[in-house]
Write a new protein. Structure first.
Length: 275
């Protein structure tokens, strides 16, 4: 067989076991690569394609990775390079890593580890996730490829439009030291540690913030903030142990030793209410 001969390498991989139809000798290089995984009931679970493959024992290095994951939602993964570990069923992707879900959610990072059997992706690098009305950035992430559930570990920033169909500016930016977890199947997100939410001239600070989204109206249904809550509106400040926002009633309720500090515009006097 000539060294420069062009052919396709096909590996059929069952969940938990690998059957090599044709693998060649270690150290050989091939043009054209296709790896397919199936569930226990014979349904296609994922595919991995590449321009070139270099077999190095149990590891296969490929270039220009183009992969798909099939579950409740089809997901596309691309990267400049990838390394497949056949023993651990993981794929390490590097350089211009992009994950795009069928509904349009897009994630970019520098490197990523994809566990094919668990359908889980992890990275320690900076990540950026964009959806129709939301952008999330941070460092370190663990998620399922469709991004319906994800955790960003630290230095979290989320910007969202709470009224995307309105002409009124309604963008809110939330930052936290992290972690931040989001579960889109439950329309829920939670931010931890030094949480700050800013919308126009209002700022809300807390140790922890839970948000429940209204998928029908594309806004915030409820928001629960706990621990050292501070609300700043211009020169006025409110303090409490807990704050609950009702999106339907547009009402914010403070509890746990609430205190309100008002600065009157006339004589700049300060009035404190509560304990």
């Amino acid at each position: 067989m000539q060294e420069n001969r062009i052919f396709s390498l096909l590996l059929i991989v069952m969940m938990g076991a690998t059957e090599v139809v044709w693998a060649g000798e270690p150290g050989q290089q091939f043009e054209g690569f296709n790896l397919q995984g199936y569930t226990e009931d014979g349904k296609k679970a994922w595919t991995v394609n590449g321009d070139n493959a270099d077999i190095l024992g149990d590891k296969i290095k490929i270039s220009n990775v183009d992969a798909e994951s099939y579950g409740e939602e089809k997901v596309y993964l691309t990267a400049k390079t990838g390394t497949i570990d056949q023993k651990s069923s993981t794929i390490h992707l590097e350089k211009d890593v992009v994950i795009t879900s069928e509904r349009g959610t897009r994630m970019t990072t520098d490197s990523l580890d994809w566990n094919r059997n668990e359908d889980l992706v992890k990275t320690k690098d900076d990540v950026r996730i964009t959806d129709k009305d939301m952008t999330m950035t941070g460092t370190g992430m663990e998620a399922h490829p469709a991004m319906k559930t994800a955790q960003i570990d630290q230095d979290v920033t989320v910007t969202m439009d709470t009224k995307p169909d309105s002409e009124i500016t309604s963008t809110i930016t939330i930052t936290s030291d992290g972690p931040m977890e989001i579960d889109q199947s439950k329309s829920y997100a939670v931010f931890e540690d030094n949480v700050v939410a800013v919308q126009t001239d209002q700022t809300l600070k807390a140790d922890r913030m839970e948000i429940y989204f209204d998928e029908t109206k594309k806004g915030i249904k409820n928001m629960i903030c706990t621990g050292h809550v501070v609300i700043i509106r211009g020169a006025n400040q409110s303090f409490a142990d807990k704050a609950v926002y009702n999106g339907e009633e547009k009402r914010l309720t403070l509890s746990g030793r609430p205190k309100l500090i008002l600065v009157t515009e006339g004589d700049n006097a300060i009035t404190a209410l509560g304990n």
